[in-house]
Design a protein around this ligand. Structure first.
Ligand code: 3NM
Length: 230
C-alpha cells in the first residue's frame, strides 16, 4: 500500500510539474495524418527528438481501435520527454492514460471532461476571443488554444484569421497559458510571440516538410530568440 501511495504521490508531483511546464513550452506539435509526409509516428518521434515538449494527437480519420493503438505508441515516444494530449477523444486519452486532452467549443463540455478525467489531467480548450478565454479559465482549463491567428486551410471551419494583435488582449484577460494556433509559419511566428503568446502550434508548416526534426528545431530557435529578447 505504501508503494501505491508513493507512486500516486509521485504521479501527482509529476502532473503538477507538467502543468507548470505548460508556461515554458515554446513549440507545440499537433499531428495531422492527412497532411503528414512521413506519418504521425514519425512526425512525433522527430519533433520530440528536436526538443518539442508537447504533442497533441489529432486524428479524424481512424477507427477507435486504430487510434488507441497509435496513441499507445505516441505515449511511449513521449514518455519522460514530452506531455502527451489527445484531441477531442476523452475515451482514447483514458484508454492509454495520456496526460490529458485538448477539446473544442463544440466537443464534450470541459466540466464533463474534468469529471471523467479527474483533477490530475491536463485539459486544454480552443477559444476564439477574450470572452471564451475567460470562460475557459473559469471552467478549469489548464491552458487555452487561441485560433485561428492567420487564415489556414488545415482546419476547414477555422474561419478568418483574427490577427496576432488579438493575442495580447487574451493574454491580459487570463492567467493560464495561451497557445496560438492557425496559419502559423516560420515567417509570421515572430509576431505571434512578440504579441505575448506563451507558445504556438504549427501543423502544415511542420508535417508537410521532409524534415520535421529540422523544422521543429528552427521554430524552437526562433521562439526562444524572441522570448529571450523580451
Ligand atoms: N485549430 P496549420 S486552426 C487544428 O483555429 C486547428 O482553432 C485551429 O493548422 C483553430 O498550422 C487549426 O496548418 C489548424 O494552420 C492549424
Amino acid at each position: 500500500d505504501q508503494e501505491v501511495f508513493n507512486r500516486k504521490a509521485s504521479d501527482q508531483k509529476d502532473l503538477s510539474r507538467k502543468k507548470s511546464l505548460l508556461k515554458e513550452i515554446d513549440f507545440y506539435l499537433v499531428t495531422d495524418s492527412g497532411l503528414s509526409r512521413k506519418g504521425t509516428l514519425s512526425d512525433v518521434k522527430e519533433s520530440v527528438e528536436a526538443g518539442c515538449k508537447i504533442i497533441q494527437y489529432r486524428e479524424k480519420n481512424k477507427s477507435t481501435k486504430e487510434m488507441i493503438d497509435e496513441a499507445a505508441e505516441i505515449k511511449k515516444i513521449c514518455s519522460g520527454r514530452a506531455i502527451f494530449l489527445v484531441n477531442d477523444r476523452v475515451d482514447v486519452a483514458l484508454a492509454v492514460d495520456a496526460d490529458g486532452v485538448h477539446i473544442g467549443q463544440d466537443d464534450m463540455p470541459i466540466e464533463t471532461a474534468r469529471k471523467i478525467l479527474g483533477a490530475d489531467k491536463i485539459i486544454g480548450l480552443t477559444v476564439h476571443n477574450v470572452d471564451e478565454a475567460v470562460e475557459a479559465e473559469k471552467s478549469g482549463a489548464d491552458y487555452v488554444g487561441l485560433g485561428s491567428i492567420f487564415d489556414t486551410s488545415t482546419k476547414k471551419d477555422a474561419g478568418q484569421g483574427i490577427g496576432p494583435a488579438r493575442i495580447r488582449e487574451v493574454m491580459n484577460a487570463i492567467k493560464v497559458p495561451v497557445v496560438a494556433i492557425g496559419g502559423i509559419n516560420k515567417e509570421n511566428c515572430r509576431s505571434v510571440i512578440e504579441n505575448g503568446a506563451d507558445s504556438l502550434v504549427a501543423i502544415s508548416a511542420v508535417v508537410c516538410s521532409d524534415d520535421v526534426k529540422k523544422e521543429t528545431r528552427e521554430f524552437i530557435d526562433i521562439i526562444r530568440e524572441i522570448k529571450n529578447k523580451s
